[in-house]
Design a binder for this molecule. Structure first.
Ligand code: CO
Ligand code: ZN
Length: 335
């Protein structure tokens, strides 16, 4: 399973440009699903099982990044964020473009304090001295992502784009374990454009119209020095979300998740995330409304070039997805 995570993390796939990731996932899951198609937005929708209730599990394929919005006469580019990236995390980092071009992010040295660095103080340096030469490597409208190797060390994995390729890997591993059998009609959806406002989940949830929806995504952490208090630690189990900025998890879904984890002996942590949202934000508001839950993988240094997650939490998330795929959802839908 580490191979699945690292293969996916290394792919280039900023929001709106997820084709390489979606293509790879399609190859990986094809033998394990009954049905599969891509929609207009680029989401990959798959299904296994029939009967019971219609469940949707969503993990997003896109990653945060930057977009080039201007190139000056000397060939320095100016960049804007794609998703939740802070200037402080970008300075002196490398980014990579679809054509393989590497750029270093520099900061104007004079006239601003490092702590006040904003986007207007940053530039992208691809090692040229003129716009003419820069034009051979990058163009306005090109999207770049962090570039870093993926490392597994002991029980943790360290990589860019664990958000949310690790969630995609959870769904892929769950599909392999389920062997096309589930007591519900289960739709595993690999969504696009989550990081810019859960856009792919909106259209795919409309087409699936699930009875109950689940997002599988990373969450924050509360176990490094002087970090904001949070009831989530690496390696202490999959996190079951109570609330984030986009979703209050339906109490009946939350109860089913807790009861299921308890019955299966899957360690879990109750999570409240004070910033951020997931695909559940979109799924919950589909048509006349869909009860939603979120399965979270505790992750340190979210949206930074080296995110860190624990393989035990990953394994717990796979088990919880499999158990929920087979769980009776009657109680969730009773009014
Ligand atoms: Co994210
Ligand atoms: Zn995410």
């Amino acid at each position: 399973m580490e191979e699945t995570i690292s293969a996916l993390c290394q792919l280039y796939g900023p929001s709106g440009h997820e084709e390489r990731v979606v293509e790879r996932i399609e190859k990986m899951v094809k033998p394990h699903v009954d049905e599969l198609h891509r929609d207009v937005m680029g989401n990959l929708l798959t299904r296994i099982g029939s009967g019971g209730h219609k469940l949707m599990f969503a993990a997003h394929t896109d990653e945060i990044g930057v977009v080039v919005h201007y190139i000056d006469d000397k060939g320095f580019a100016r960049i804007s964020p794609v998703g939740g990236v802070r200037p402080l995390w970008l300075y002196a980092r490398r980014v990579q473009f679809a054509n393989g071009t590497i750029g270093v992010i520099g900061r104007e040295q004079l006239g601003n304090d490092p702590k006040d660095t904003d986007w207007n103080h940053l530039f992208l340096d691809v090692g040229v001295t003129s716009k003419k030469d820069a034009d051979k490597l990058i163009a306005v409208g090109d999207f770049g992502v962090f570039t870093r190797s993926t490392v597994s060390q002991g029980k943790v994995v360290i990589s860019k784009a664990l958000d949310d390729r690790i969630g995609c890997a959870v769904l892929i591993e769950a599909l392999k374990k389920l062997k096309k059998k589930a007591k519900n009609e289960v739709h595993f959806v690999f969504t696009v454009q989550e990081e810019v406002g859960v856009r792919g989940a909106r259209t795919s949830a409309w087409s699936v119209t699930p009875d109950v929806g689940y997002a599988v995504d990373i969450t924050g952490w509360g176990d490094t020095p002087l970090v904001e208090p949070m009831n989530v630690e690496l390696g202490k189990g999959v996190a079951i979300k109570a609330m984030d900025q986009g979703t209050i998890v339906s109490p009946k879904v939350r109860k089913l998740m807790v009861d299921t984890a308890t019955a299966k002996g899957i360690p879990y942590q109750m999570e409240v995330l004070r910033g951020g949202a997931t695909d559940a934000f979109a799924i919950q508001f589909t048509k006349t409304g869909v009860p939603c839950g979120v399965i979270s993988i505790p992750t340190r240094y979210v949206h930074q070039p080296s995110e860190m997650a624990h393989l035990d939490d990953f394994a717990g998330a796979v088990k919880l997805v499999c158990a929920l795929a087979n769980a009776d959802h009657k109680a969730v839908l009773a009014t």
